[in-house]
Design a protein around this ligand. Structure first.
Ligand SMILES: [Zn+2]
Length: 369
């Protein structure tokens, strides 16, 4: 009898454990009425949200594929310009995703519009496969991160750098990947599934190229004035703490970085897009649309070459997630402020985001819904 009671207790604990785990992981494979294969993200938009849409609204062939992704539109009561923010181009670069989520949950837009796509590569966010041909840093990290908020513990999906091979629809080129407009030497074959080598995209190629094509159509159709692509790089490496700007808007970038240094003591490096290297967002968005195009790189501890597998991507003592998210958001604010001063008829004004120091020091928890 005692043994039986013990067994029941053990089974009950096991049941509770697997149910809790199931609740989190059940979110990973949801299909909506259109057959869209999607991760059901727990994002809780602010009251400034005007509506949501999909990347497939700009390129219907994405509908029902794992490349479709939700688009959040925020509108002010006054007319103005349009800001676009993309996170999760590389789904292992969690600060980019969480900066976009922080915008979704706290934005109060007064003038103009803000369009946010938190998971630019929706296939990569569900791709946790360790592929031997990809460097370890491209998929190292947890499947989910957890953040304690005033409404309880919340979970956010962490993914990989590349589109899931099973979703791409076309095999990786065996002779290496060459962008169709590039004259440079081939990259590794898997780079065919790297969204940030695929712009301006193609309608007659793999899923990654189709996602890029849809994003370009969004930027054009929505007449985006300022566009940001949020990334992370290996902490301590050359790219970390950098803003990359299309040459046509490098002066705005330089001015913004000067202001960030002055206002917050935040030093970011600045680099112009290499116009010879094809496929990157800041290069192709700036060349193919009217948008001023920027990319931010923050230091992710999981992307360091010899980082341990159980590296803490949220509470890293050197580069906690809050400080990385603050860098993305405040670099964006500094650029938008300069753009708005220079183009008063297209001013983009918003508030609601947590303060730079508050977010850096306290993390995301106090500010998420
Ligand atoms: Zn990246």
């Amino acid at each position: 009898m005692v043994k039986q009671k013990k067994l029941v207790a053990v089974l009950a604990v096991l049941f509770l454990f697997t149910t809790a785990a199931h609740n989190v992981f059940a979110q990973a494979s949801v299909q909506d009425i259109h057959g869209r294969y999607l991760i059901e993200h727990d994002y809780r938009p602010s009251s400034s949200l005007a509506r949501t849409g999909w990347l497939s609204d700009y390129y219907p062939e994405l509908l029902g594929t794992p490349g479709d992704s939700k688009v959040y539109y925020f509108e002010g009561s006054k007319p103005g310009g349009t800001l676009f923010v993309g996170g999760g181009t590389h789904a292992n670069e969690i600060a980019g995703i969480m900066a976009a989520v922080m915008m979704i949950e706290t934005l109060n837009v007064e003038a103009g519009r803000v369009i946010v796509v938190p998971n630019m590569n929706s296939s990569a966010i569900g791709n946790q496969e360790r592929e031997p041909e990809l460097p370890a840093y491209t998929s190292r990290g947890p499947s989910w991160i957890s953040i304690r908020t005033s409404s309880g513990i919340r979970y956010f999906k962490y993914g990989s750098r590349a589109t899931n091979k099973a979703h791409q629809g076309v095999a990786d080129p065996s002779g290496g990947y060459v962008h169709p407009d590039s004259s440079e030497a081939p990259l590794a074959g898997w780079e065919f599934r790297n969204l940030n080598r695929a712009y301006p995209g193609r309608s007659d190629s793999g899923l990654t190229q189709k996602i890029a094509y849809a994003v370009m159509q969004l930027l054009i159709k929505e007449k985006v004035d300022v566009a940001f692509d949020y990334h992370e790089a290996d902490a301590g490496g050359r790219l970390a703490n950098m803003m990359v700007a299309n040459p046509k808007n490098i002066e705005t970038a330089a001015g913004a970085l000067f202001d960030l240094e002055l206002d917050y003591g935040l030093s970011l490096k600045l680099e112009p897009s290499n116009m010879e290297f094809r496929g990157l967002s800041h290069r192709e968005w700036g060349a193919g649309t009217d948008a001023q195009a920027f990319l931010i790189e923050t230091p992710n501890p999981a992307m360091v070459a010899d980082a341990p597998d159980d590296v803490d991507v949220v509470n890293d003592p050197e580069n906690p997630l809050g400080s990385r998210v603050a860098k993305h958001l405040y670099a964006t604010i500094a650029v938008v402020r300069l753009f708005s001063d220079e183009h008063p008829d297209k001013a983009i004004r918003f508030s609601g985001l947590p303060g730079f120091e508050d977010l850096s020091d306290k993390g995301l928890g106090p500010y998420l819904q």
